[in-house]
Design a protein around this ligand. Structure first.
Ligand code: ADP
Ligand code: 5GP
Length: 214
């Protein structure tokens, strides 16, 4: 097994957090990198589980120490992925799933060229708006800001390796799961391919020799 970072991006309300949570429940080979943010926790969120909630000062200090693999300002707050979080999950032998914005995804793809980038698309703008409103996590101003960012994020869908439409949740989760399986079998990721092929070849050649007419 050769674990890799899996980046999920989507316009706000597109469903990347929900899909990431489902994959974490269903797939033991997937782990989560907990991001840092300067935004305030929402009701029910705790530090060290949903995010590491930092002050702006703490975030700046950690950035200056080079602790982030990527960081970006999103919806007026700072967000960043700690190198130590990615390494922790990969060292556990799990693919590391990250739910990050398009700016962060581009930085991360440079730092980890073997990362797989998946863009989650809502089935329509009306569905996206309805989901964002139904989530009831934002006030009016924050909702407007998220819609503006959604427009910007949508422009980057073309930079991703895969695009998954989040119409029915189970189907969308199954599609991302299929991407993980396909990527695991990519030739470049298969461990000791040369050795595996050589041992198969040697055995078969012996058999051919033994069976060839003398
Ligand atoms: P994001 O993390 O991309 O901002 P969320 O995962 O928070 O988006 O999803 C936004 C809202 O839409 C949440 O209330 C979530 O429960 C809901 N949602 C996500 N995917 C679906 C789906 N396929 N069908 C119905 N509701 C969904
Ligand atoms: P939320 O505040 O709703 O949890 O997240 C807002 C946005 O920040 C989402 O688009 C989410 O993908 C992005 N985000 C979350 N964590 C990170 C991170 O570590 N880095 C970057 N660049 N974006 C992140």
């Amino acid at each position: 097994m050769n674990p890799f970072p899996l980046i999920l991006s989507a316009p706000s309300g597109g469903g990347k957090t929900t899909i990431a949570r489902r994959l974490l429940e269903w797939r033991p080979d997937v782990g989560y990198s907990i991001s840092c943010t300067t935004r305030k926790p929402r009701a029910g969120e705790t530090t060290g589980r949903d995010y590491f909630f930092l002050t702006s000062e703490e975030f700046r200090e950690r950035r200056e120490r080079g602790e982030f693999a990527e960081c970006a300002e999103v919806h007026g707050h700072w967000y960043g992925t700690l190198r130590s979080e990615i390494e922790r999950v990969l060292a556990d032998g799990q693919h590391v799933i990250m739910d990050i914005d398009v700016q962060g995804a581009a930085q991360l793809a440079r730092a980890y060229p073997h990362a797989v980038l998946v863009f989650v698309l809502p089935p329509s703008a009306d569905v996206l708006l309805a989901r964002l409103r139904a989530r009831k996590t934002e006030d009016r101003a924050s909702l407007a800001r998220r819609m503006m960012s959604a427009l910007e994020e949508l422009r980057h869908a073309e930079d991703y390796h895969y695009v998954v439409v989040n119409d029915d949740l189970d189907r969308a989760v199954a599609r991302v799961s299929a991407v993980i399986d396909a990527e695991t079998s990519r030739r470049e990721r298969v461990h000791n391919l040369e050795e595996q092929v050589r041992s198969l070849t040697e055995r078969l050649e012996r058999e051919v020799d033994n069976n060839s007419p003398k």
